[in-house]
Ligand binder design. Structure first.
Ligand SMILES: Cc1cc2nc3c(=O)[nH]c(=O)nc-3n(C[C@H](O)[C@H](O)[C@H](O)COP(=O)(O)OP(=O)(O)OC[C@H]3O[C@@H](n4cnc5c(N)ncnc54)[C@H](O)[C@@H]3O)c2cc1C
Length: 491
């Protein structure tokens, strides 16, 4: 195994397995004298590619890049990849958390992986300053020591943050749904609300307030979470907390005049009708002004108490991307702008051939695409192809082209919507209900990355199933309502 400088730079002592001939030198880079930079005396054989972020963009590149020819390093505060479309299911127990993650270390030691934040990039010196995202060993309260990595090529795939629009109290009192850890916190809180409401000391008003589940943001994430929560309440909670389940209420608030703005109107109407039948309220043109523990203030309604508030109002720029000043940015999203080959465009309109930007943190100039996993994944595949050709001295001049495969959203009770109406084809261009639900499940099953999750995902869909087909139910005496149902233990 060859250890190259990118690997060594980050280590503050000789790591296990390093050949004894390796020599380390300590020197500072830029004006950060506390950063450590260990360089090797051994000749560097391969060019270094640094991937920033392990989401749809970064993990996609990590997976496909030719690791024999490139010296690959990945830096991400998470040592896993989040399969975001399944997070809403994990947040209510339709799936278990393991189903929505893939380990970055699957590709180590071929690839050097550091669980760290990339804080600053020097595009001139071709270095990044990183801060460990792990607690300081032996003294968790001590400040972490930053380190520096060098690169020849860099892929920026740091994604974006959750947007709060500066509404006071959101960060402190609301839940977000961007990561598997968020899904875990939401699941624990929802179950806690039911256990708290069960206490005999509570008044009925307190119970209702605790079981008031609010979602701010009527985009696909907010809608899918509302739908999954509805399924949980109307299946397992109705079985195990029958009186409380009747008090539970789900409401979606949005400032826009309609939910699911990116979907065809007929599909939005179908969703609204389904939600109205299922008892999920949609309050559009509503403005949340501030949030406090257990309550929020809505301009059109006054005080709204809640047991849990899930906030999903789009994307805010990543601070790392904000700190970049050398490259052009999109005025609205503040993402870095790239050309059609995904190379970043400098302020003087020239292109940097060694810097690429993909996923939610980057946009192609004059061809803005939605911030979705589909776009991030396709850009990652394009870049993999480009890098793998480049390393063989066969540079590809083909520009990136997005192939829109349509949008899907789960809307509860085994129903979904599918919008592919931009396509000329008359078949399967707009679907709603069970057919769309089958498409939803097959799409995400197909996209699941590892064999492990290709087994786990359908297994949990089956085991946690809250319904039994009438075909089976009518043939057995005393039929169960489902298989085992979702796990509602809280620990
Ligand atoms: C709940 C949910 C459901 C979704 N469902 C769908 C769907 O069904 N279909 C669809 O197409 N899209 C969906 N999306 C959108 C999709 O997930 C995003 O567009 C996609 O994740 C963008 O990929 P990315 O790689 O740019 O960013 P991310 O996947 O967000 O990854 C960013 C990575 O960068 C890391 N990072 C952040 N800051 C730093 C730093 N300073 N240094 C190093 N690393 C850093 C993060 O830890 C993370 O690993 C969904 C999103 C959410 C939140």
């Amino acid at each position: 195994m060859s250890f190259t400088s990118c690997h060594k730079i980050a280590l503050s002592g000789r790591p296990h397995g390093l050949p004894p001939s390796v020599v380390y030198r300590l020197r500072s880079i830029g004006n950060n004298s506390s950063s450590r930079n260990f360089a090797s005396s051994a000749a560097r054989q391969k060019e270094r590619v640094l991937i920033v972020g392990s989401g749809w963009g970064g993990y996609g590149v990590l997976k496909g890049i030719d690791k024999k020819r490139w010296d690959v390093t990945i830096v991400s505060p998470n040592n896993y990849f989040n399969f975001t479309p399944l997070l809403a299911s994990c947040a209510v127990g339709t799936l278990e958390f393991r189903c929505a993650v893939e380990p970055v270390r699957r590709y180590a030691p071929q690839v050097a992986a550091y669980q760290a934040w990339c804080d600053k990039i020097d595009f001139g010196l071709k270095t990044v300053e990183c801060m460990p995202a792990t607690p300081v060993p032996f003294d968790a309260s001590a400040p972490a020591t930053p380190f520096t990595l060098r690169w020849d090529k860099i892929v920026l795939a740091a994604g974006a943050y959750s947007q709060t629009f500066g509404v006071p109290g959101v960060k402190e009192n609301a839940h977000f749904l961007k990561d598997v850890r968020d899904a875990r916190k939401i699941r624990i809180r929802v179950l806690e609300c039911f256990e708290q409401a069960m206490q005999p000391t509570l008044s009925d008003i307190d119970r209702r307030n605790l079981l008031n589940f609010c979602i701010v943001g009527g985009g696909p994430t907010g809608v899918e979470f509302a739908a999954e929560l509805h399924d949980l309440i109307h299946a397992e909670m109705a079985n195990h907390y029958p009186t409380l389940a009747k008090l539970a209420k789900i409401t979606i608030f949005d400032v826009a005049p309609s939910i699911l703005g990116s979907f065809d109107k007929s599909l939005v109407e179908f969703t609204e009708k389904t939600f109205s039948r299922d008892g999920i309220s949609i309050l559009t043109s509503h403005h949340v002004e501030r949030v406090q523990p257990g309550k929020m203030f809505v301009k059109e309604r006054g005080e709204v108490p809640f047991g849990i508030l899930v906030w999903s109002t789009g994307l805010a720029p990543n601070p790392l991307i904000n700190s970049i000043t050398e490259f052009k940015k999109d005025e609205k999203t503040k993402s870095v702008l790239t050309d059609e080959h995904l190379n970043l465009i400098r302020n003087d309109a020239t292109v940097d051939p060694d810097v690429w930007g993909i996923g939610d943190c980057a946009q192609i100039e004059d061809a803005i695409l939605p911030a979705t996993a589909q776009v991030a994944n396709q850009k990652a595949q394009y870049l993999v192809n480009k890098l793998n050709k480049l390393v063989k001295d066969q540079p590809s001049s083909k520009p990136f082209q997005f192939e829109n495969q349509g949008s899907l959203a789960y809307i509860g009770d085994w129903k979904a919507i599918y919008d592919n109406s931009h396509k000329e084809s008359k078949i399967l261009n707009k679907e709603s209900g069970r057919v769309a639900w089958l498409l939803w499940r097959s799409a995400y099953f197909t996209m699941t990355l590892s064999w492990r999750n290709k087994i786990l995902v359908p297994m949990y869909w089956f085991l946690n199933c809250d319904k039994i087909s009438p075909l089976i139910r009518n043939r057995i005496s005393n039929p169960p309502t489902g298989i085992f149902g979702r796990d509602i233990t809280r620990f």
